[in-house]
Design a protein around this ligand. Structure first.
Ligand SMILES: CC(C)(COP(=O)(O)OP(=O)(O)OC[C@H]1O[C@@H](n2cnc3c(N)ncnc32)[C@H](O)[C@@H]1OP(=O)(O)O)[C@@H](O)C(=O)NCCC(=O)NCCS
Length: 344
C-alpha cells in the first residue's frame, strides 16, 4: 500500500522500520558504507530550508495476522526547490522487481507535476540497480562525479601535519566547529559567491541544504537547517591577514545518522589566492582537528567532478581513494508521468 507520509507525525515504529529498510538497501547496494542510526532521522527527513518543501510517501506491507502494521518497505520523497523536484527513492531488496519503485515514483511524479514543476532530478549511485531503473524510465545522465573515501586509520599523520603548516606566510588558518563565526559570515558568503561566479568549487550537489549558500542570510538559514537535521558542520578558514578576507575555506559535516563517516562539502580557494598551498593546508588541518573533535570518526567521503584534476590530486595526496561514480539524472516530469501511466 502506497500512502503519503509525514515524517514529523509518523509513529516512532515507522521511523524505525524505514531505518531498517534503509540499512538493508545500504547492505545490498553499498556494503562498505556504515549503517545509519536513528540519530535525528525524523528531523533529517522532515526539516527543509525556508522556501523549500519536501513531500514523502511510503510503501507499507499489509498488517500481519496479529493485526500489527506491516513494515515500511519503500519510501520516496521529493524536495521541491527552485524549478526542480529532487527525489530520493528506496525499496527494500527483498521486494525489488515487483513494481514498488515504479509505483512510488508514479505518485511523486504526479504530485510534482501538479505543483507546477517541470523536471525531476535524482542522484544515482554507479554500479547499483538504480542505474537501470532510472534509465528504463527515460531519465538521462546529466552530471557525473566520483566519490572518494579516506580512511583515518591509513592517514600518515606526520605528513599531514607538514601539509597543514605548509602554507605561505601572510595567511592564518582558523578552525571553526559549528560554522563560521558571526563576524566572518559576510566574508565567508562573499568567498563562496566569488567562486560560484567563476567556476564550480570542489564538492557537492545542491539538493541538500548544505551550507553552499552565497548570501549571509541564506548561509545562516542553511546552517540552521543543518543543525535541525542533526548534521554538525566543521569549517577551516584561511584568512589573508593583510586584507582580513577569507582566502579559502573547507567544510566537513558529521551527520548524527552516520557519525563514523563524515561528508566533505565545499572546498574553495578564491582565485586571487591560488598557488599558495591553501587547499592542501586547510584540508589537512581539518583532518587533524576532526581526529580529536570527533573520536568516533573513522572515514571522510568527498565528491568531485572528474574534470577537477587539481582538487583530485590534493585529495589523493591526503589519502582519499576513488570509490565509485555518483551521477545526477534528470527527466521531464510530464513525460515521466505519462510513461508511468502507460506502464500502468
Ligand atoms: C532503484 C529501486 C528504487 C528500484 O526499485 P524496484 O521496486 O525494484 O523497481 P521496479 O520493480 O518498479 O522496477 C521497474 C523497472 O526498472 C528496471 N529495473 C529495476 N531494477 C533493475 C535491475 N536490478 N536490473 C535491471 N533493470 C532493473 C526494470 O525495467 C524494471 O521493470 P521490470 O521489473 O518489469 O523489468 C531499488 O533498486 C532501490 O531502492 N535502489 C536503491 C536506491 C538507492 O537509494 N541507492 C543508493 C543509496 S544505498
Amino acid at each position: 500500500m502506497v500512502r503519503e507520509w509525514d515524517p514529523r507525525r509518523a509513529p516512532s515504529a515507522e521511523i524505525g522500520s524505514l531505518l531498517d529498510t534503509l540499512n538493508a538497501v545500504l547492505a545490498a547496494d553499498l556494503p562498505a558504507d556504515p549503517p545509519w542510526r536513528d540519530g535525528s532521522l525524523r528531523e533529517y527527513l522532515a526539516e527543509v530550508m525556508p522556501g523549500e518543501r519536501r513531500i514523502s510517501w511510503v510503501a507499507q506491507a499489509v498488517p500481519g495476522p496479529d493485526g500489527q502494521p506491516g513494515p515500511i518497505l519503500g519510501h520516496i520523497n521529493v524536495l521541491l526547490l527552485g524549478d526542480i523536484g529532487v527525489i530520493d527513492l528506496l525499496v527494500h531488496p527483498s521486494v525489488r522487481r515487483h513494481g514498488v519503485g515504479r509505483q512510488l515514483l508514479q505518485v511523486a511524479a504526479h504530485r510534482t507535476l501538479q505543483e507546477g514543476f517541470q523536471s525531476i532530478g535524482v542522484e544515482v549511485v554507479g554500479d547499483t540497480p538504480a542505474v537501470d531503473f532510472y534509465t528504463s524510465l527515460g531519465f538521462v545522465r546529466e552530471y557525473v562525479e566520483t566519490r572518494s573515501v579516506l580512511r583515518l586509520d591509513r592517514v600518515d599523520w606526520t605528513a599531514l601535519s607538514g601539509m597543514a603548516s605548509g602554507i605561505s606566510s601572510g595567511y592564518r588558518l582558523e578552525f571553526c566547529p559549528g560554522g563560521p563565526p558571526d563576524e566572518l559570515l559576510d566574508a565567508y558568503a562573499r568567498a563562496k559567491a566569488e567562486v560560484r561566479d567563476t567556476e564550480n568549487a570542489d564538492g557537492e550537489d545542491d539538493d541538500d541544504p548544505r551550507p553552499s549558500s552565497y548570501d549571509p542570510q541564506r548561509l545562516r538559514d542553511s546552517l540552521d537547517c543543518l543543525d535541525r537535521r542533526g548534521m554538525k558542520p566543521y569549517i577551516v578558514l584561511a584568512i589573508h591577514e593583510r586584507t582580513r578576507r577569507v582566502a579559502g575555506l573547507t567544510e566537513v559535516v558529521v551527520p548524527a545518522q552516520h557519525p563514523t563517516r563524515a561528508d566533505q562539502y565545499d572546498t574553495i580557494v578564491s582565485p586571487d589566492h591560488r598557488g599558495y598551498g591553501i587547499d592542501r593546508a586547510i584540508k589537512a588541518r581539518m583532518l587533524l582537528e576532526l581526529r580529536s573533535a570527533e573520536p568516533e570518526l573513522t572515514e571522510v567521503q568527498t565528491w568531485n567532478a572528474q574534470a577537477n584534476e587539481a582538487m583530485l590530486a590534493v585529495n589523493a595526496e591526503l589519502g582519499f581513494r576513488p570509490d565509485r561514480e555518483w551521477c545526477e539524472y534528470g527527466v521531464d516530469v510530464a513525460e515521466l508521468a505519462h510513461r508511468l501511466d502507460a506502464i500502468g
